[in-house]
Design a protein around this ligand. Structure first.
Ligand code: ZN
Length: 264
């Protein structure tokens, strides 16, 4: 996300590792053979400028000033995203997306030894003691395990259904949890799907399944490929849009959040 590059003359040695600019801290990373300066703003708002070993502080500020408007605009977008997606606390009453529906977390103490999730109208978590209610790490891990298990189960069922319908069968099916890749299909007919899709509505999840199965016939994004996708998934465009628009809805399923890098 958001990358800029600009050349400025580089000389004079100044070994700082961060500068303050417009109220933001910018990390300075020195690369011995770097010719151009470049600036990255991560989704969390963290900024890093890559410079040569001999770049002066004055030159770094000059570079940042050139891009001040872009920096302020991007940081304002970051702030809005962080407001919209605050870090989850994994507390009772908090809502989590499951198959496109908001599910409230509901705690119940049970004599069972292991923490366990159940899906009802709410997401029911059985805890063995009251003390576990505030164990955010433990609840998050159990929630991730639950989503992973349900994600695999549902995706497997949908692949089975659509493979029959399309008469296209993968040689191997596996599951991963990439940051922004929803699925992939190799030339060896190996399909890999992102189990985090279980948070998305079924019609969106189905689109990813149909997309990857269609790659078993066409290993490209040609007109014929989209024609095949359209036949089995008429809502493919809306699904693509949904995934683009809601990419941060999946943040709670990341072990490390992109938006909240410093919050554990
Ligand atoms: Zn594709």
């Amino acid at each position: 996300m958001m990358f800029l590059k600009k050349t400025l003359p580089q000389h004079r040695f100044s070994p700082v590792n961060h500068v303050e600019f417009s109220g933001f801290s910018v990390e300075v990373v020195r690369k011995p053979y770097k010719r151009n300066m470049s600036l990255i703003i991560r989704p969390s708002g963290r900024m890093r400028v890559y410079v040569n070993r001999s770049t002066s502080v004055k030159e770094i500020y000059a570079f940042l000033r050139i891009h001040e408007k872009w920096i302020l605009r991007t940081q304002s977008e970051v702030r809005k995203l962080k407001e919209k997606y605050p870090p989850k606390k994994f507390m009772e009453g908090e809502e989590f997306l499951f198959l496109g529906q908001s599910k409230k977390l509901f705690f119940q103490e049970s004599p069972k030894k292991r923490i366990q999730f159940y899906l009802q109208d709410s997401l029911l978590v059985c805890l063995c003691s009251k003390g576990e209610r505030s164990n955010k790490e433990k609840i998050k891990k159990a929630l991730l395990d639950f989503y992973k298990k349900e994600g695999k189960k549902t995706l497997e069922q949908r692949v089975f259904l659509y493979a029959h319908q399309m008469q296209l069968y993968p040689k191997k099916l596996s599951f991963r949890a990439q940051k922004s890749l929803w699925g992939s299909c190799s030339s060896a007919k190996h399909i890999s799907l992102n189990w985090k899709l279980i948070a998305a509505p079924l019609w969106v999840l189905d689109y990813v399944v149909v997309h990857e199965l269609a790659h078993l016939r066409y290993h490209n994004h040609s007109k014929r490929f989209w024609g095949l996708v359209q036949r089995h998934c008429p809502q493919w465009q809306q699904s693509k849009e949904w995934l683009d628009k809601n990419r941060y809805e999946f943040e709670f399923l990341s072990v490390k959040s992109e938006l909240w890098e410093d919050v554990s």
